[in-house]
Design a protein around this ligand. Structure first.
Ligand SMILES: Nc1nc2c(ncn2[C@@H]2O[C@H](COP(=O)(O)OP(=O)(O)OP(=O)(O)O)[C@@H](O)[C@H]2O)c(=O)[nH]1
Length: 344
């Protein structure tokens, strides 16, 4: 009789994994957002549905404090099966953010995009202003801000895509001018939305947080080795449904075994015909990111999870100073090597 498969219950602590991805355009974007805040009526903070806790950026809390906010959980289609348990989790998430309203969206779900438009419309009517309403969309890199803007514009004013989107983070580098998403009415200008560059947290508390953010696409795929990321994904899939990759291999905890099987079946070969495990790892990650290898959350949701996360962030303050210092050093080293390259 075949022995029963037992998934790993823990993932190794990877101390050597990078813990920061706070780039120059993140810092610049954040300070421009702060400078713009006086002209903004409402902030739409986007968070990835699959990581409601991990995609919280304390920098936004500090920088955008005092502004009215709508929290939009993007990519719901990648984390929810619409089952009772998913809906119960959504209720808990809504309670976390009270009194701020929360909307769960997917760009493919028109009702969810319409819900954001309806909120914006009634918000603007409540605050009658002849100059219209200006909203700023913020969030971690690759969370889906530009896609949301395009979807709102398409449904709101029937106009085509204006903001570039992409599978890798950092497509939006600058704060754009406002894009109309709702036509004006009753003597008022319309509602405008300003897209902003994604801003990463200055320093993440542990390697697993970094792995979750990388898996969701907030970190460029060159930062963490694809095989490591695929191994973390395998660990998470095995905890949910090991059968998800049945067409490539029976349940296994050995990532290389699975990647070799994937490389073989999908024809990912290096020169000379050897199996390309790295290409197979990237393929596997991409399959999950597009909802073809399971749709599940990576964070544990409970009533007090957000409060616990805030306490954890409070204890991290010295690390943020360290991250800023590390960032400065990185920039100094980069400009020195640039100077050396041009012989100055
Ligand atoms: N399945 C799914 N994919 C989405 C959704 N929203 C966005 N995406 C995808 O997520 C990726 C990132 O989307 P963007 O809109 O470029 O993200 P962004 O937050 O503007 O990214 P930055 O430029 O890093 O700030 C793209 O490949 C989108 O197609 C969604 O609701 N569902």
């Amino acid at each position: 009789m075949a022995s029963q498969f037992l998934p790993r219950t823990t993932f190794p602590t990877l101390d050597s994994l990078p813990r920061s991805y706070f780039l120059g355009h993140h810092r610049a974007g954040l300070s421009k957002m702060k400078a713009l805040l006086g002209q903004i009526d409402l902030v739409i903070e986007c968070r990835d549905y699959r990581v409601p806790l991990t995609s919280r950026n304390p920098m936004f809390e500090a920088s955008l404090a005092g502004k009215n906010r709508l929290i939009v959980y993007t990519k719901r289609d990648l984390g929810s099966m619409g089952k009772k348990g998913d809906l119960q989790r959504e209720e808990i998430i809504k309670q976390w953010h009270a009194p701020f309203p929360v909307i769960f969206t997917s760009i493919t779900s028109r009702p969810s995009i319409r819900a954001v438009l309806q909120f914006a419309r009634s918000y603007s009517l409540d605050r009658f202003s002849v100059t219209g309403l200006r909203m700023l969309v913020v969030g971690m890199p690759n969370v889906g801000k530009s896609s949301l803007l395009n979807a709102l514009r398409s449904l709101g004013v029937s106009k085509g895509k204006v903001a570039s989107t992409g599978a890798q983070p950092g497509v939006t580098r600058k704060i754009a001018t406002g894009v109309k998403i709702i036509e004006g009415q009753e003597g008022m200008e319309g509602v405008y939305l300003l897209d902003t560059p994604g801003v990463f947290v200055p320093h993440v508390p542990d390697a697993e947080t970094m792995l979750k953010l990388a898996l969701c696409g907030s970190v460029k795929d060159t930062i963490i080795a694809p095989v490591t990321l695929a191994d973390y994904l395998l660990y998470r899939i095995n905890l949910v449904t090991p059968g998800l990759y049945a067409e490539y291999h029976p349940p296994t905890n050995e990532v290389i075994t699975l990647l070799n099987a994937i490389a073989e079946k999908t024809g990912r070969l290096q020169k000379g015909g050897t199996l390309d495990t790295e290409a197979a790892a990237l393929w596997m990650i991409q399959r999950w990111r597009t909802g073809h290898l399971g749709r599940f959350m990576l964070d544990e949701i409970s009533e007090d999870a957000l409060e616990n996360k805030k306490i954890e962030e409070g204890a991290m303050v010295p690390s943020m100073h360290q991250a800023r210092k590390a960032d400065k050093e990185m920039r100094r080293a980069r400009s020195k090597s640039r100077r050396q390259a041009v012989g100055v």
